[in-house]
Design a protein around this ligand. Sequence first.
Ligand code: ZN
Length: 151
Amino acid sequence: MSADLRELYQSVILDHNKAPRNFCKPKCANRSAEGINPLCGDQLTVYLTVEDGIVKDVGFSGTGCAISTASASLMTQSIKGKKIEDVEHLFAGFHEMLTSDKLSKTRDEDLGKLSVFSGVREFPMRVKCATLAWHAMTEALHNTGQSATTE
Ligand code: ZN
């Protein structure tokens, strides 16, 4: 990671960890799912208000390390107001950035602020922290009332 990116990464993580955005349950949330990362002790719940195939509102609660909290916070900002398929596309790009060395250029451009997490790729244990909220969000997207199970 370049020095510039490392600095940006640290300031973004610190900022979002200290003051997480959308750290609340939206009033009209109609879907939710919990995400647990036992390796680190992160435990988050993601709430979504989905209407007409669009994520109208999103929030989260729970406790976790700085990376999982900052990632959840940035995620809420990135997906609010987006269509479900665009949200899934974004997660695919985010996941690819964290797990693959060869990120396609278009994806890199799509990710915007999320690309500060690219440095996490150097720490495989931390990838789970960074993707936890996204996994919970994806589960919530497909969870239409029944409680989520890990089976
Ligand atoms: Zn963690």
